[in-house]
Design a protein around this ligand. Structure first.
Ligand code: PMP
Length: 452
């Protein structure tokens, strides 16, 4: 329901926020958070009555949009019957969520360890891999984001790692494929794939295969730029892992649960990739209540069959979060949400973005699938110089800030990371909403064009 405008309440909410809320990733006095009055479906409202189409899905988690009535009802019902219960017990919502998730994850990933979000899933997946193999090191890609807790931020490759990097023993970074800014000077996808796999082999050889517990990769790296792996890459990594007894962890925290137009992004590539561990969060229950987890292969589950797993969380498999997951997955099935993401991605978003790339000098490349797209904004299409320098802040970041402000003026809330904007709306977005957002994006890009 559209909330009534109420600027006074908005001002009070904002004042309390500024007085007491310490925000993530922010210089506390440099931010101006919007006070949000309400949200429904693909939209949210501020207290002045402005409506925004959310092309960010929150932080890429509201895969079924805001306030889905069936999920809200399921949370209310769970709260009325069993709001909470400790993890050591069998609880209906928890067992049912685990069953529904295991049925959808690839291959034999049939056991689910629940966490409260993505970073904890990554922490536990790497711990399982180390215990399973008895080896210390984990390899991850430079262009990656795996979370902000201790091990997860060290595994993360992007510059957000830098201030917190304590050089955790055993984390080694490597380059994964990205043809548009190829770390291997490749000219086509086949070369990029071959060289990336060779580089990974070389990294393993020099680190010592017998010291490497796991390789962790996002199936489609999200925060770092929505880079679709070239055909053969993930299969190649799978083979390398098998050859060296290394655990293959796919991080599907952002790409999972319909985002790419399949249940998991791994299902798209090379006939379907089955990792040994798969991390998830976000879309599992559209972020209505914090939930994440690790889906575990039978071989790794066997390691802990008669030996305790030395890890746990007070709220592991919280009934409210699990009830929301059960309802979300059922809604996704009943309403064809995954199919909708695939169809709108292919029929509406892909051709519209290709057309924007043709017309706007600031759009260097568009790439993606389903409801998972990135536009790479550049000063110059030929040289591919980014519209703002890597990791830019303040005045250096002004062109991206101007683009963001222009989008908001058009009623579009954009996802912006460095020199990119990501088109990551809810997976159940309607055709009309998608077209409305794309038209606003078109208008905002004319502002980015001024900086080329
Ligand atoms: N892995 C990936 C691929 C992610 O995108 C994220 C969050 N953006 C995380 C892990 C961390 O998840 P959380 O913020 O829930 O800890």
């Amino acid at each position: 329901m559209t909330p009534q405008p109420n600027p006074q309440v908005g001002a009070a909410v904002k004042a309390a926020d500024r007085a007491h809320v310490f925000h993530s990733w922010s210089a506390q006095e440099m931010i101006d958070p919007l006070a949000v009055a309400g949200a429904e479906g693909s939209y949210f409202w501020d207290y002045d009555g402005n409506r925004y189409l959310d092309f960010t899905s929150g932080l890429v988690f509201t895969n079924i949009g805001y306030q889905h009535p069936k999920v809200v009802a399921a949370i209310q019902e769970q709260a009325a019957t069993m709001t909470t219960f400790a993890p050591a017990f069998a609880v209906e919502a928890r067992s049912e969520a685990a069953r529904l998730i295991a049925e959808r994850t690839p291959g034999d990933l049939d056991k689910i360890f629940f966490t409260n979000g993505g970073a904890e899933a990554v922490e536990n997946a790497t711990r399982m891999a180390r215990l399973h193999t008895g080896r210390p090191k984990v390899l991850s890609a430079y262009r990656s984001y795996h979370g902000a807790t201790s091990a997860a931020i060290n595994l993360t490759g992007d510059p957000r790692r830098w201030p917190s990097d304590n050089g955790t023993a055993g984390v080694v970074h490597f380059w994964a494929p990205f043809l548009y800014r190829s770390p291997f000077y490749a000219e086509n996808e086949r070369q990029e794939c071959e060289r990336a796999l060779q580089h990974l082999e070389d990294t393993i050889a020099f680190e010592g295969p017998q010291t490497i517990a796991a390789i962790i990769l996002e199936s489609v790296p999200g925060t770092a730029g929505i880079m679709i792996p070239p055909p053969g890459y993930l299969k190649g990594v799978r083979e390398i892992c098998d050859r060296h007894g290394i655990v293959f962890i796919l991080d599907e925290v952002m790409a999972g649960f319909g985002r790419t137009g399949k249940w998991f992004a791994a299902d798209h590539f090379d006939g379907g990739i089955v990792p040994d561990l798969l991390t998830f969060a976000k879309g599992v229950n559209s972020g209505y209540v914090p939930l994440g987890g690790v889906a575990i292969s039978s071989a790794i589950a066997e390691t802990f069959a008669r030996r305790p797993y030395p890890g746990g969380l007070t709220y592991s498999g919280h009934p409210l979060a699990c009830a929301a997951a059960v309802a979300t997955i059922n809604v996704m099935e009943e309403e064809g949400v995954v199919e909708n993401a695939a169809r709108v991605g292919t029929e509406i978003i892909a051709p519209a973005l290709a057309e924007l790339a043709e017309r706007h000098p600031s759009v260097g490349e568009v790439r993606g699938l389903g409801m998972f797209w990135a536009l790479e904004l550049v000063k110059d299409k030929e040289t591919r110089e980014p519209l703002v320098p890597y990791n830019a802040t303040g005045a250096a970041n002004a062109p991206m800030a101007a683009f963001g402000a222009a989008a908001k003026k058009q009623g579009l809330w954009p996802f912006i990371n460095m020199n990119r904007t990501h088109v990551v709306p809810p997976c159940n977005i309607t055709d009309t909403e998608a077209k409305e957002g794309l038209a606003a994006l078109d208008a905002a890009l004319t502002v980015a064009d001024e900086h080329t």
